[in-house]
Design a protein around this ligand. Structure first.
Ligand SMILES: *Cc1c(COP(=O)(O)O)cnc(C)c1O
Length: 388
């Protein structure tokens, strides 16, 4: 049977797959089974940070593969310890819990936030404020944290203790905090809502969050699953805002294409999770950790400058167009609202050899951070045509 038919027959119908079978790639170029070439502006949803088959990453991964592929967390392994040290050194944070996905990283953050509240103030301090339009994952708890009703049909009952606040409405947030005084353990948010439509939090709103958190000993939890690892022109997006989260989570780009996530703890939270309170069989897998180390060790100012350069190019080219309603986002996490029907734009891009993503009513671009300028220019010309 043909691959597409096999897939449709035997794989649970959870994805709206595009009619595209990807076979291989190199850097920011992808090829389907007929050899047709595509310029990739999605990087597997912000995952392939340095594109497909990046040589240094490939070497690090295959080297580790020949040493030991898995050991369980009963034992020490080198790549995990080295990666945790690097994450802490680059961020000033104190400790790391490794998982395998964004949802798992957020699940660990939710558990740690609740335990912090409970240890210090008693078990009634368990409410986590999240934002309307947020996306925090697909497990039952992270779905509950996700402030989008669309995701909540059919799967209840959900765990209690999540209250949703409108993004960028400081007054409303203050009101919610007052109404639940003494019961809130954390405020969890994405600085740029990805799945929610590439919505950027205002600096003023994040200042309000920071202010509330420091005054009331409420934990600031930044979900950097999508915004992290250089994507927005800094190592983590909170650094653009001058924030100091108590916990941040990251996944997608961290492993450069392998499944690994990190829940990263600061001074207040580094010792909240204790032996036996949390765990993961695969979490911090040596091969994934070696891949992540290779990525993280190369995310430096040069890369961030490159991100800003590419970002400015895209914004300068697309935002003045009559066919474009708006361009939002930061760095290489950009949302373009077309005047034309979105699905037609995506289809036209695919037809002409460019892979793009969507988020709500926007075209979403999440290219590799090192996409060659020539390929990016070619892709933007194709998008311009597709927007007409
Ligand atoms: C993708 C995403 C998640 C979920 O990550 P998975 O690896 O799919 O579990 C959580 N939060 C944000 C902000 C994301 O973009």
């Amino acid at each position: 049977m043909e691959i597409k038919q096999l897939d449709n027959k035997y794989i649970a119908n959870t994805y709206h797959r595009a009619d595209l079978l990807l076979e291989k790639g190199k850097g920011s170029l992808l090829y389907d089974e007929k050899g047709k070439e595509y310029i990739d502006l999605g990087s597997g949803i912000a995952v392939n940070i340095f594109g497909i088959a990046d040589e240094e990453w490939e070497n690090a991964v295959s080297h580790q593969l020949k040493q030991i592929q898995h050991a369980s967390n009963y034992y020490y392994t080198q790549p995990q310890a080295k990666l945790a040290e690097l994450l802490c050194k680059k961020t000033g944070m104190k400790k790391v819990f490794f998982g395998n996905s964004g949802a798992e990283a957020n699940e660990a953050a939710i558990k740690a936030a609740r335990k912090y509240g409970s240890d210090k103030y008693g078990k009634d301090r368990n409410i986590i404020i999240t934002l309307v339009n947020s996306f925090h994952g697909r497990t039952i708890a992270t779905l509950a944290a996700t402030g989008q009703d669309d995701f909540h049909h059919d799967f209840g009952p959900f765990p209690e203790g999540f209250v949703y606040a409108d993004a960028n409405d400081s007054e409303a947030l203050v009101k919610i905090v007052d109404e639940n005084d003494g019961k809130i353990c954390a405020i969890m948010f994405e600085l740029i809502q990805g799945e929610g439509g590439v919505n950027v939090l205002s600096e003023q709103f994040t200042k309000t969050i920071a202010d509330i958190c420091s005054k009331k000993d409420i934990l600031m939890v930044c979900d950097e699953v999508q915004t992290g690892n250089g994507r927005t022109g800094k190592l983590y997006c909170y650094m653009n805002y001058g924030l100091k989260p108590d916990i941040f989570t990251t996944a997608k780009g961290l492993g450069g294409g392998l499944p690994i996530s990190a829940t990263v703890f600061g001074e207040k939270t580094e010792n909240v999770l204790t032996a036996g309170t949390h765990g993961s069989t695969f979490g911090g897998n040596p091969v994934c950790a070696a891949g992540a180390f290779s990525i993280l060790s190369r995310l430096n100012e040069d890369v961030f400058e490159g991100v800003k350069l590419r970002s400015n190019y895209i914004i300068d080219e697309l935002s003045p167009l009559d066919t474009v309603e708006s361009v939002d986002g930061l760095g290489l996490m950009l949302g373009i609202k077309p005047k034309k029907d979105l699905s037609k734009v995506v289809e036209a891009c695919k037809e002409k050899g460019v892979i793009v993503l969507t988020a709500k009513d926007k075209l979403r671009l999440l290219p590799a951070l090192n996409i060659p300028m020539e390929q990016l220019k070619k892709a933007i010309e194709i998008i311009k045509e597709a927007l007409i």
